[in-house]
Design a protein around this ligand. Structure first.
Ligand code: GDP
Length: 329
């Protein structure tokens, strides 16, 4: 990618996409094509085709997706599979029709089988049954990987799929029904702190293990992949294997340890009340990151530091949420 290349960041308002946009702008990429959801509905095939015909992107980072935490995935599986299939089908095909040079499709670590050996290597894709709470979302993402692979095989395109682990960072969502565990616990901890509560509720048993990646680190990895020299990049597109690269921090912790760490960062102490009637989800999903490490990239942000940065960026929003709750109670 040249500094003046026409680069479309699909989903630049979301957690991953906004970090990618910031990362590209920081590095001096000056020709970013950005459209809000209201300006361009990626589930609308005609609109997507029209956008590609008019704007002619040369590089595409496909970070647009319907995403959510364990409860949202479990209760709205139809929305997750339909919207994600629509978005990725429209964008990937438009990339092909428009002759895009490189495209990076973002997925998730939940594409791997529920009980696959840990850490999860790229080659474990499609080797066993998926975790049921997010199977619909995972299958959409697996279809996206297969589309990248199929277009590469049939048309010689250069589409790569990156699978990040659980992401967090500035711009995350904090609604308790839809969000992932890290922002949810950050909000609950602040609520408990401001209200002087002695307990905080944590869903499930606290024993599942999760790996977390700071969104700016993900952005750095995505830009690193898009800028690889041709011979290295093309080496990832060997037609016998899925064009897949895991992106993670390489370490995980239990949900209990995460809750304790969040409390430490917020300088607050209270008792954790686990609610085993809530879903635990998959027991563990730690990515094997040796492929991306060999390509010269490593995650930089320690979890405690990333939580602090996220908290600092969200503090005003979180305090407003907590205060508005108090006035409605
Ligand atoms: P997952 O990684 O796809 O399972 O999605 P989540 O980030 O939503 O949940 C990860 C784990 O955190 C699960 O075991 C949840 O039960 C647990 N968890 C604990 N408290 C919460 C909470 O308040 N919100 C969410 N979303 N998950 C929680």
């Amino acid at each position: 990618m040249e500094k003046n290349s026409r680069i479309f960041v699909a989903g630049h308002g979301g957690l991953a996409g906004s970090a990618i946009r910031r990362g590209l702008q920081r590095r001096g990429y000056e020709n970013l094509l950005l459209r809000t959801h209201a300006e361009l509905d990626l589930t609308d095939q005609g609109a997507v085709r029209g956008f590609f015909e008019n704007e002619k992107p040369e590089y595409v980072l496909l970070a647009a997706a319907k995403v959510g935490g364990i409860l949202a995935n479990d209760t709205s599986p139809a929305d997750f599979i339909r919207e994600n299939l629509e978005i990725q089908t429209n964008v990937i095909d438009a990339c092909y029709q428009g002759g895009v040079k490189r495209m990076l499709f973002l997925g998730s670590s939940c594409i791997y089988p529920k009980l696959a050996p840990q850490p999860l290597k790229e080659e474990y894709l499609l080797t066993g049954p998926l975790e049921s709470t997010n199977r619909a979302y995972a299958l959409a993402k697996i279809a996206g990987i297969e589309m990248c692979w199929s277009y590469n095989r049939q048309f010689g395109t250069k589409y790569l799929a990156a699978m990040p682990t659980n992401l967090y960072g500035p711009g995350d969502r904090f609604d308790l029904q839809g969000s992932h565990v890290l922002p949810a616990l950050m909000r609950k901890a602040l609520e408990a702190k401001l209200a002087g509560q002695r307990t905080m509720e944590v869903w499930g048993t606290g024993t599942p293990r999760r790996e977390f990646l700071f969104s700016d680190d993900l952005a750095d990895a995505c830009i690193h992949l898009m800028c690889l020299p041709d011979d290295v990049y093309d080496g990832l597109l060997n037609y016998d294997d899925a064009p897949l690269v895991n992106i993670g921090s390489g370490t995980d912790l239990t949900i209990r340890e995460l809750a304790e760490l969040i409390l430490r960062v917020l300088d607050f102490d209270c008792e954790l009340r686990f609610d085993p009637s809530r879903l635990d989800g998959t027991p563990r999903k730690l990515l094997d990151v040796s492929r991306i490490n060999r390509l010269g990239w490593k995650a930089r942000t320690e979890l405690a530091e990333g939580i602090r940065l996220t908290y600092d960026s969200a503090r005003a929003e979180l305090e407003a949420i907590v205060n508005s709750q108090k006035t409605t109670q």
